[in-house]
Design a protein around this ligand. Structure first.
Ligand code: GLY
Length: 346
C-alpha cells in the first residue's frame, strides 16, 4: 500500500502522477458536490482532462452514479493508461475506486480522502463498491489505489460531528492494537484536539489497518478484526435511517464497540476497568443511541442480516483483551439483549 503523508496534497499528487503515470496519460478528477468547493481547490492547480462531479451522500452510492462516471471517462477519451483521482469522503473513494477498477477492466486511481473517516478507513485497504437494494457495499471489488494521499490539513474544515465519527474507527484500531495506543485514544480531549497530535494518531491508526490488511487483503480471516463494533453498529445505522433520523457511521460504530466490549467482557473476560473507561469515553462524546427495549428484536434481526454472518448465526469479532483478538464468535440472542441494556443504562 502506497500511503503518502503530507501537508501539501497538490505537490504530492503531482509527484504521484509524474512518477506513476505514462507520459501524456489523461488525468480525471472525481469529487462530489461538497468536496468540489471545499476540498478540490486544494489540489485544483493540477491540470486534468476533466473534473467529474457526482451528487453527495450515501443515497447516490449506486451503480447509476458509477455509470455516470464511466460515461464521463468515455466521453473524455479515457484509455487504459488514464488515471482517476478521487477527492472526497468514503462515498467518493469507494465509488470512484469501483468505477476505476472496472472501466476498461481497470485503470489506475489515487485516493485523496478529505474526511477523517475516509483517511483512517474507507480510502485505505482496497475495498471499493456501491450499495444495492438498500444493502451497503453489496457490489464491489478489492482493488488497491496506486496511492492514498493523507493530508490532514483537510481536517481543519471538517465539522465536529464528522471528526468524532472518524475518530470512532481510530478508537477501534487502538483496541485492536495495544494498551498504549488505546490509552492515548480514550484520554484525548476530542472536543479540542490538537491538530499535530491528531496527525500523528491518524498515521498510527492507518498503520494498524495497513498491517492487518497486508496480512489478509481479501478478508478470509484476520481482516475480519476490522469489523469490531460493526455488526451492532450497522444495525443502529440502518434503524436510524429507516426512521429518517440518520446517524453518522462512526457514532453507530462507537455504540457497536460498547456492545462488543460488553460481550467480550462477559464471554471472554475482557478487563472490566478497560470496558468502563472505553464506555465513559463513548458516552461523553457519542451519547447513547435513541433506542428502547422495544427495538431489540428489530436490531437483533438487522444484526442477523449482516453479510459477515454464516449458517444463520451471528459471527462477530470480540476481544479477550486489548490487542487480543477473538474472531468468529457467536453470542446468543440473550447476550446481545443484555449488551443493549448495558449500552443504554451503563
Ligand atoms: N472497513 C473495514 C475494512 O476495510 O475491512
Amino acid at each position: 500500500m502506497n500511503i503518502r503523508y503530507t501537508n501539501h496534497a497538490a505537490e504530492e499528487l503531482m509527484y504521484i502522477l509524474q512518477t506513476g503515470c505514462a507520459e501524456g496519460a489523461k488525468v480525471f478528477f472525481l469529487a462530489d458536490e461538497h468536496t468540489q468547493n471545499l476540498c478540490l481547490p486544494r489540489i485544483g492547480s493540477i491540470p486534468a482532462e476533466r473534473t467529474i462531479i457526482i451528487p453527495a451522500g450515501d443515497d447516490h452510492k449506486t451503480i447509476a452514479t458509477v455509470t455516470r462516471v464511466w460515461k464521463a471517462l468515455q466521453e473524455g477519451g479515457a484509455t487504459r493508461s488514464s488515471h482517476l483521482v478521487c477527492v472526497g469522503g468514503g462515498m467518493v473513494t469507494d465509488l470512484g475506486g469501483f468505477a476505476a477498477a472496472t472501466f476498461k477492466r481497470g485503470i489506475g486511481f489515487t485516493n485523496v480522502p478529505t474526511t477523517l473517516l475516509a483517511m483512517v478507513d474507507a480510502a485505505v485497504g482496497g475495498k471499493t463498491g456501491v450499495n444495492l437494494g438498500g444493502l451497503k457495499n453489496e457490489v464491489g471489488t478489492f482493488r488497491d489505489a496506486e496511492a492514498v494521499i493523507i493530508d490532514t490539513q483537510f481536517l481543519a474544515t471538517l465539522d465536529e460531528e464528522n471528526l468524532r465519527s472518524g475518530f470512532a474507527e481510530m478508537l477501534k484500531h487502538s483496541l485492536l492494537d495495544s494498551e498504549a495506543m488505546w490509552a492515548q485514544h480514550v484520554n484525548l480531549m476530542l472536543d479540542e484536539p490538537d491538530l499535530a497530535t491528531l496527525q500523528e494518531m491518524v498515521q498510527q491508526s492507518i498503520e494498524v489497518k495497513s498491517r492487518i490488511v497486508s496480512q489478509d487483503p481479501t478478508e478470509r480471516g484476520l481482516r475480519k478484526a476490522l469489523n469490531l463494533g460493526h455488526t451492532a453498529g450497522h444495525a443502529f445505522e440502518t434503524l436510524a435511517l429507516r426512521r429518517e433520523r440518520p446517524r453518522l457511521h462512526g457514532y453507530c460504530v462507537a455504540w457497536g464497540l460498547v456492545v462488543s466490549l460488553y460481550l467480550s467482557s462477559t464471554l471472554l473476560g475482557f478487563p472490566t476497568e478497560r470496558l468502563r473507561q472505553t464506555v465513559s469515553f463513548v458516552r461523553r462524546y457519542y451519547g447513547v443511541p435513541d433506542v428502547t427495549c422495544k427495538d431489540y428484536e428489530t436490531l437483533y434481526g438487522l444484526m442477523l442480516h449482516d453479510k459477515k454472518n454464516a449458517d444463520g448465526r451471528l459471527n462477530m469479532t470480540l476481544l479477550q483483551d486489548i490487542g487480543h483478538i477473538a474472531l468468529n464468535q457467536h453470542p446468543s440472542k440473550e447476550a446481545i439483549y443484555e449488551a443493549f441494556d448495558f449500552l443504554r443504562e451503563g
